[in-house]
Design a protein around this ligand. Structure first.
Ligand SMILES: C[S@@+](CC[C@H](N)C(=O)[O-])C[C@H]1O[C@@H](n2cnc3c(N)ncnc32)[C@H](O)[C@@H]1O
Length: 219
Protein backbone atom coordinates (compact mmCIF):
# COMPACT_ATOMS: atom_id res chain seq x y z
CA UNK A 1 0.00 0.00 0.00
CA UNK A 2 1.21 3.51 -0.85
CA UNK A 3 -0.31 6.51 0.92
CA UNK A 4 0.10 9.82 -0.86
CA UNK A 5 -0.29 12.36 1.89
CA UNK A 6 -0.96 16.04 1.32
CA UNK A 7 0.95 18.07 3.88
CA UNK A 8 -0.58 21.46 3.11
CA UNK A 9 1.41 24.58 2.25
CA UNK A 10 4.04 24.03 4.95
CA UNK A 11 2.92 25.08 8.42
CA UNK A 12 1.96 22.17 10.68
CA UNK A 13 -1.23 24.10 11.52
CA UNK A 14 -2.51 23.10 8.08
CA UNK A 15 -1.67 19.40 8.42
CA UNK A 16 -4.78 17.25 8.86
CA UNK A 17 -5.01 14.77 11.74
CA UNK A 18 -5.10 11.85 9.29
CA UNK A 19 -2.03 13.12 7.43
CA UNK A 20 -0.17 13.43 10.73
CA UNK A 21 -1.18 9.90 11.72
CA UNK A 22 -0.01 8.38 8.43
CA UNK A 23 3.32 10.23 8.65
CA UNK A 24 3.96 9.26 12.26
CA UNK A 25 3.20 5.59 11.57
CA UNK A 26 5.17 5.41 8.31
CA UNK A 27 7.82 2.75 7.90
CA UNK A 28 9.20 4.60 4.88
CA UNK A 29 8.64 8.29 4.24
CA UNK A 30 9.43 9.67 0.78
CA UNK A 31 9.26 13.26 -0.36
CA UNK A 32 11.10 16.30 -1.60
CA UNK A 33 13.78 17.67 0.70
CA UNK A 34 11.59 20.63 1.79
CA UNK A 35 8.77 18.31 2.76
CA UNK A 36 10.92 15.74 4.60
CA UNK A 37 12.43 18.59 6.63
CA UNK A 38 8.97 19.41 8.00
CA UNK A 39 9.03 16.18 10.00
CA UNK A 40 12.36 15.98 11.83
CA UNK A 41 11.12 13.71 14.64
CA UNK A 42 9.42 10.89 12.77
CA UNK A 43 10.80 7.37 13.26
CA UNK A 44 10.30 6.06 9.68
CA UNK A 45 13.15 5.78 7.17
CA UNK A 46 13.33 9.00 5.16
CA UNK A 47 14.14 8.73 1.46
CA UNK A 48 14.40 11.84 -0.75
CA UNK A 49 12.19 11.83 -3.83
CA UNK A 50 13.89 13.62 -6.72
CA UNK A 51 12.72 11.68 -9.75
CA UNK A 52 10.30 8.93 -10.65
CA UNK A 53 13.06 6.29 -10.58
CA UNK A 54 13.53 6.95 -6.81
CA UNK A 55 9.89 6.13 -6.24
CA UNK A 56 10.04 3.06 -8.48
CA UNK A 57 12.92 1.59 -6.45
CA UNK A 58 11.16 2.20 -3.14
CA UNK A 59 7.72 0.81 -4.06
CA UNK A 60 9.39 -2.37 -5.36
CA UNK A 61 11.28 -2.86 -2.10
CA UNK A 62 8.82 -1.82 0.64
CA UNK A 63 5.24 -2.91 1.35
CA UNK A 64 4.09 0.24 3.12
CA UNK A 65 5.27 3.59 1.81
CA UNK A 66 4.10 7.10 2.64
CA UNK A 67 4.78 9.67 -0.08
CA UNK A 68 4.61 13.31 0.95
CA UNK A 69 2.96 15.75 -1.45
CA UNK A 70 2.97 19.51 -1.05
CA UNK A 71 -0.47 21.06 -0.66
CA UNK A 72 -3.04 18.67 -2.06
CA UNK A 73 -1.69 15.51 -3.74
CA UNK A 74 -4.16 15.61 -6.64
CA UNK A 75 -3.24 19.08 -7.75
CA UNK A 76 -0.18 18.92 -10.03
CA UNK A 77 1.50 16.65 -7.52
CA UNK A 78 3.33 13.38 -7.29
CA UNK A 79 0.16 11.27 -7.51
CA UNK A 80 0.52 10.71 -11.27
CA UNK A 81 3.86 8.99 -10.71
CA UNK A 82 2.44 6.81 -7.94
CA UNK A 83 -0.58 5.77 -10.02
CA UNK A 84 1.65 4.88 -12.96
CA UNK A 85 3.65 2.49 -10.76
CA UNK A 86 1.13 1.04 -8.31
CA UNK A 87 -2.37 -0.43 -8.95
CA UNK A 88 -5.01 2.14 -7.92
CA UNK A 89 -6.58 -0.16 -5.31
CA UNK A 90 -3.25 -0.13 -3.48
CA UNK A 91 -3.03 3.65 -3.39
CA UNK A 92 -4.53 5.81 -0.66
CA UNK A 93 -4.82 9.56 -1.24
CA UNK A 94 -4.93 11.74 1.87
CA UNK A 95 -6.12 15.22 0.78
CA UNK A 96 -4.36 18.33 2.00
CA UNK A 97 -4.89 22.08 1.94
CA UNK A 98 -3.51 23.32 -1.36
CA UNK A 99 -1.20 26.32 -1.39
CA UNK A 100 -3.68 27.91 -3.82
CA UNK A 101 -6.60 27.44 -1.38
CA UNK A 102 -4.47 28.92 1.37
CA UNK A 103 -3.52 31.92 -0.80
CA UNK A 104 -7.09 32.64 -1.89
CA UNK A 105 -8.23 32.37 1.72
CA UNK A 106 -5.60 34.97 2.67
CA UNK A 107 -6.90 37.22 -0.11
CA UNK A 108 -10.54 36.43 0.71
CA UNK A 109 -11.23 35.51 -2.90
CA UNK A 110 -14.15 33.05 -3.27
CA UNK A 111 -13.48 29.94 -5.37
CA UNK A 112 -15.65 30.94 -8.29
CA UNK A 113 -14.52 32.15 -11.71
CA UNK A 114 -11.05 30.94 -10.78
CA UNK A 115 -8.64 29.02 -13.02
CA UNK A 116 -5.70 27.17 -11.47
CA UNK A 117 -2.79 26.35 -13.72
CA UNK A 118 0.72 25.03 -13.24
CA UNK A 119 3.81 26.27 -15.03
CA UNK A 120 5.91 24.30 -12.55
CA UNK A 121 8.23 22.15 -14.66
CA UNK A 122 6.05 22.48 -17.74
CA UNK A 123 5.54 24.73 -20.74
CA UNK A 124 2.49 26.88 -20.79
CA UNK A 125 0.53 29.75 -22.24
CA UNK A 126 -1.86 31.45 -19.87
CA UNK A 127 -3.10 34.55 -21.69
CA UNK A 128 -6.36 32.86 -22.80
CA UNK A 129 -7.09 31.97 -19.17
CA UNK A 130 -6.26 35.47 -17.98
CA UNK A 131 -8.75 36.85 -20.52
CA UNK A 132 -11.45 34.32 -19.61
CA UNK A 133 -11.34 34.23 -15.81
CA UNK A 134 -11.62 36.84 -13.10
CA UNK A 135 -8.85 35.14 -11.12
CA UNK A 136 -6.01 32.97 -12.41
CA UNK A 137 -3.71 31.18 -9.98
CA UNK A 138 -0.34 30.06 -11.34
CA UNK A 139 2.07 27.61 -9.72
CA UNK A 140 5.55 28.81 -10.62
CA UNK A 141 9.09 27.47 -10.76
CA UNK A 142 12.60 28.79 -11.35
CA UNK A 143 11.90 29.29 -15.08
CA UNK A 144 8.35 30.60 -14.90
CA UNK A 145 9.00 33.08 -12.12
CA UNK A 146 6.57 35.88 -11.19
CA UNK A 147 8.72 38.24 -13.29
CA UNK A 148 8.64 35.89 -16.31
CA UNK A 149 4.86 35.59 -15.98
CA UNK A 150 4.45 39.38 -15.81
CA UNK A 151 6.58 39.70 -18.97
CA UNK A 152 4.38 37.12 -20.74
CA UNK A 153 1.31 39.20 -19.87
CA UNK A 154 3.00 42.39 -20.98
CA UNK A 155 3.94 40.84 -24.34
CA UNK A 156 0.29 39.81 -24.81
CA UNK A 157 -0.86 43.34 -24.05
CA UNK A 158 -2.54 42.26 -20.80
CA UNK A 159 -1.68 45.21 -18.59
CA UNK A 160 -5.00 45.93 -16.87
CA UNK A 161 -4.37 43.31 -14.23
CA UNK A 162 -2.99 43.05 -10.75
CA UNK A 163 -0.54 40.30 -9.88
CA UNK A 164 -0.32 39.15 -6.31
CA UNK A 165 2.76 37.13 -5.36
CA UNK A 166 2.54 34.89 -2.30
CA UNK A 167 5.90 33.66 -1.03
CA UNK A 168 6.62 31.07 1.64
CA UNK A 169 2.90 30.72 2.27
CA UNK A 170 1.97 29.67 5.81
CA UNK A 171 5.61 29.88 6.97
CA UNK A 172 6.76 32.50 9.48
CA UNK A 173 8.51 34.49 6.76
CA UNK A 174 5.43 34.57 4.52
CA UNK A 175 5.05 37.58 2.25
CA UNK A 176 2.07 38.53 0.08
CA UNK A 177 2.53 41.50 -2.23
CA UNK A 178 0.56 43.12 -5.02
CA UNK A 179 2.18 44.43 -8.21
CA UNK A 180 1.03 45.99 -11.44
CA UNK A 181 2.04 43.98 -14.52
CA UNK A 182 4.59 46.63 -15.61
CA UNK A 183 6.08 46.91 -12.13
CA UNK A 184 6.54 43.15 -11.71
CA UNK A 185 7.94 42.74 -15.24
CA UNK A 186 10.79 45.08 -14.23
CA UNK A 187 11.32 43.68 -10.74
CA UNK A 188 14.78 42.45 -9.74
CA UNK A 189 13.42 40.46 -6.78
CA UNK A 190 14.52 36.88 -6.30
CA UNK A 191 11.22 35.49 -5.17
CA UNK A 192 11.33 32.51 -2.82
CA UNK A 193 8.84 29.58 -3.03
CA UNK A 194 5.82 31.30 -4.51
CA UNK A 195 2.65 31.27 -6.51
CA UNK A 196 0.94 34.13 -8.30
CA UNK A 197 -2.66 35.27 -8.47
CA UNK A 198 -3.64 37.37 -11.49
CA UNK A 199 -6.81 39.43 -11.16
CA UNK A 200 -8.62 41.95 -13.31
CA UNK A 201 -9.01 44.27 -10.32
CA UNK A 202 -8.71 44.21 -6.55
CA UNK A 203 -11.79 44.97 -4.47
CA UNK A 204 -10.84 47.66 -1.98
CA UNK A 205 -12.04 45.44 0.90
CA UNK A 206 -8.92 43.32 0.40
CA UNK A 207 -6.55 46.14 1.08
CA UNK A 208 -6.70 46.01 4.85
CA UNK A 209 -4.53 43.48 6.72
CA UNK A 210 -0.90 44.48 7.05
CA UNK A 211 0.38 41.16 5.74
CA UNK A 212 -0.85 41.91 2.22
CA UNK A 213 1.49 44.83 1.69
CA UNK A 214 5.06 44.90 2.83
CA UNK A 215 4.85 48.68 2.87
CA UNK A 216 2.05 48.60 5.46
CA UNK A 217 4.26 46.69 7.92
CA UNK A 218 7.09 49.24 7.62
CA UNK A 219 7.47 51.72 10.48
C1 LIG B 1 4.23 21.05 -8.19
S1 LIG B 1 3.24 22.39 -7.58
C2 LIG B 1 2.27 21.48 -6.47
C3 LIG B 1 1.12 22.22 -5.86
C4 LIG B 1 0.56 21.50 -4.65
N1 LIG B 1 0.04 20.21 -4.98
C5 LIG B 1 -0.53 22.31 -3.96
O1 LIG B 1 -1.68 21.88 -3.91
O2 LIG B 1 -0.19 23.37 -3.41
C6 LIG B 1 4.39 23.19 -6.53
C7 LIG B 1 4.16 24.67 -6.56
O3 LIG B 1 3.16 25.03 -5.61
C8 LIG B 1 3.44 26.33 -5.10
N2 LIG B 1 3.61 26.23 -3.64
C9 LIG B 1 3.57 25.12 -2.90
N3 LIG B 1 3.72 25.42 -1.58
C10 LIG B 1 3.87 26.76 -1.51
C11 LIG B 1 4.07 27.69 -0.44
N4 LIG B 1 4.15 27.29 0.83
N5 LIG B 1 4.18 28.99 -0.74
C12 LIG B 1 4.11 29.43 -2.02
N6 LIG B 1 3.91 28.60 -3.07
C13 LIG B 1 3.80 27.28 -2.82
C14 LIG B 1 4.70 26.80 -5.82
O4 LIG B 1 4.30 27.50 -6.98
C15 LIG B 1 5.36 25.50 -6.17
O5 LIG B 1 6.28 25.64 -7.22
Amino acid sequence: MVSVVGVGPGSSLYLTALARQRIEEAEVLMGGVRLLALFPGVRGKKIPLREKADLERVVRRFQRVVVLASGDPLLFGVTDWVLSLVPPEEVEIVPGVSSFQYMLARLRVPLKDVAVVSLHGREGEISHLVRAYQTVVVFTDTRYTPVAIARMLLESGLTEYTICVGEQLSYEDESIRYFSVEELAQSKDNFRLNLVVIQRCIPSSLASPTVYFDVATSP
